[in-house]
Structures are given as C-alpha cells and as structure tokens.
Design a protein around this ligand. Structure first.
Ligand code: SF4
Ligand code: SF4
Length: 187
C-alpha cells in the first residue's frame, strides 16, 4: 500500500523532471499513435494513451495499479513515433520506480517479480543468466509454470542458446560500488 501522506503526484512530477523532456507530457494530444505502435498494448489493462491521460488527470494510483508499465517491453516505438516528443518509455520506468518505492503493485504482479529477480541477478554478478533467472522467477510465481516452458528451455540448451553455468562479469564488485554511489547521489 502507499505510505500514508505520501504526495504521489508531487513525486511523479519529480520523477518526470529527471527525464529529458519530461515536461512534454503536457503536450499530449491524445492521438493514440503510442497505443497503435505498442506491441504489448493488447495485453495491457490501460493503453499507453490512456495512461498518459490518467497521469495528466492526477490518477496516479490507478496508473500504478495497472499492469501497463510492467508489460512495457522498452521497444521505444511509442517514443520515436509520438508527434509531441513525449518520452513514454522513460515514463514507464518512472512509474515502475514509484510503484516499487511505495509497494503499489498491479493485481497480477508477475512483471514486477520478473524485474525484481532480474535486478537481483545483475546486482550479484553483473549480468543475468537466462536459466537461473527463470528458475528463481518460477520459484516466486509458482514452479508448476516451469513445466510448461521446460521443453522450450531444453530446445534452447540443445541449440546452445542456453548456458547452464551462470556467468559473472570480471568487475562485478566495481559495478556494485558504482550502483551504490549512484543510489547515494539520487538520495
Ligand atoms: S503518441 Fe504522444 S501525443 Fe499521441 S497519445 Fe501517445 S503520448 Fe500522446
Ligand atoms: S516502449 Fe513500451 S509502451 Fe512503448 S511501444 Fe514499446 S512496449 Fe509499448
């Protein structure tokens, strides 16, 4: 749940200020080009166009409870095609940050769990290993789902597209130090 008294709209404004051209959200003309360009819009409960409208109307909790940001594949199609120059993809990252910070998740929180697992993996070793990423993810969301993907994973391994041993970058500790420094800087 959101922390009591947290001014979410004010925090969103601060997040938008961090994004280059974040203030352009005011120039949305609701043309729907972003929604029409989005490869995952069909699965979202609110389309990109509807999310922009809700953000501008101050309905931030509604936006954070939706699965839109978590289903965004960061393909940037909406961003490059938006006639108003709105950085929609970066805004999706801002919404994810706020959702995590305040513990506001959509009903179906698998997207958030996948991202949390990915971030932990990268934090630990500097890169993610597909096999271990999915193993940890399925432990969080229900191991029975792993059975459905087992044949697919086996085929990937057989075609040398899946490594069994997780890899670690040489400078993983330095990477952690950089991350800690950035977090301190952002407060
Ligand atoms: S493409 Fe840009 S201007 Fe059009 S609805 Fe989406 S965000 Fe608004
Ligand atoms: S960046 Fe995200 S919201 Fe934009 S078109 Fe791609 S998947 Fe959709």
């Amino acid at each position: 749940m959101a922390s009591p008294g947290v001014p979410l709209s004010g925090e969103l404004v601060k997040e938008l200020e961090r994004i280059p051209d974040g203030e352009k959200i005011k120039q949305c003309i609701q043309c729907g080009t972003c929604s029409a360009s989005c490869p995952t819009a069909y699965a979202m409960d609110y389309t990109p166009r509807a999310v922009i409208a809700a953000m501008r109307a101050g309905q931030l909790e509604k936006v954070l409870r939706s699965d839109t940001a978590w289903l965004c594949a960061s393909c940037y199609s909406c961003t490059v095609r938006c006639p108003a120059g709105i950085q929609f993809t970066d805004m999706m990252y801002a919404l994810k940050r706020l959702g995590i910070k305040h513990g506001i998740t959509p009903k179906d929180d698998r997207g958030q769990k996948l991202m949390a697992t990915f971030v932990e993996d990268v934090d630990e070793s500097g890169r993610s290993s597909e096999l271990w990423l999915m193993a940890k993810y399925f432990m969080r969301t229900g191991p029975q789902a792993a059975l459905r993907d087992a044949a697919f994973a086996f085929n990937m391994w057989r075609n040398r597209r899946l490594k069994l041993v997780p890899e670690r970058v040489k400078a993983a500790e330095q990477l952690k130090a950089i991350k800690r420094a950035l977090e301190r800087r952002q407060g």
